[in-house]
Design a protein around this ligand. Structure first.
Ligand code: CA
Length: 226
């Protein structure tokens, strides 16, 4: 029950056009977005550049075989991978799982079984752990909840947005104009003192209450949260 509203992105790496086309039709019918790639090296580049939710990977491919492609991918990314092997490629299954494939299917495969495995490996964690933290300060942008050391902080929408922006850019000094633009939009252009006012609100709700200095003023530059 993924309600993010976004289609999951699947990369189909397969040089047999008939199979890749079949997979594409089946997957798009199941509401996945698909990309087809028929070349191992190209597939590696694509999967490093983009964040696919899952990769279906054939083993016998031009320019770079599936096993080697997976080995290189795993040096930097943990995208779920289901390997497709021909029936007589037992060695590939073992090697594939050894180097980090999440699953394998033997060709010819039953599409229902492949779809079931895709569902299994693309399940996103229930809590899309997007929480931002800064010491004991924790912000959950999805739930719009802020806590300090487990205590809820009551923030208005703008206060929350401002704090979220600062925390997303933790350790980076952000100018008032930039904050104004990011949190309030261009409408308020020129009214940078509104930022100072809201920084004061945040300090009174967090720094003053918990005796810390989370939001620092950088003279002439702006604000930073560390
Ligand atoms: Ca092939």
């Amino acid at each position: 029950m993924d309600n993010s509203g976004e289609k999951k992105q699947i990369l189909i790496v397969e040089d047999e056009a008939q199979i890749s086309r079949f997979l594409q039709l089946e997957l798009e019918h199941e509401n996945y977005a698909t990309t087809i790639c028929a070349d191992g090296r190209e597939a590696l580049n694509l999967s490093l550049e983009r964040d696919f939710d899952l990769i279906i990977l054939d083993v016998m491919l031009p320019s770079l075989n599936g096993i080697e492609m997976l080995r290189r991918l795993r040096q930097s990314k943990q995208t779920p991978v289901i390997i497709l092997t021909a029936r007589d490629q037992v060695v590939d299954k073992v090697t594939g799982l050894d180097i980090g494939a999440n699953d394998y299917m033997t060709k010819p495969f039953a599409i229902e079984e492949l779809l079931a495995r895709i569902r299994l490996h693309t399940k996103r964690p229930a809590q899309a752990s997007s929480a931002l933290t800064c010491g004991k300060l924790v912000l959950n942008p999805d739930a719009r909840i802020a806590t300090y050391d487990g205590h809820a902080i009551d923030l208005t929408k703008k206060e929350f947005d401002l704090l979220e922006y600062l925390m997303k850019n933790r350790n980076i000094v952000i100018g008032r104009e930039k904050l104004l633009d990011a949190v309030w939009g261009f409408d308020f252009y020129g009214a940078t003192n509104v930022v100072d006012v809201y920084i004061r609100y945040l300090r009174s709700k967090i720094d003053d209450v918990y005796g810390v200095t989370l939001i620092e003023t950088v003279r002439g530059s702006g604000y930073v949260i560390r």
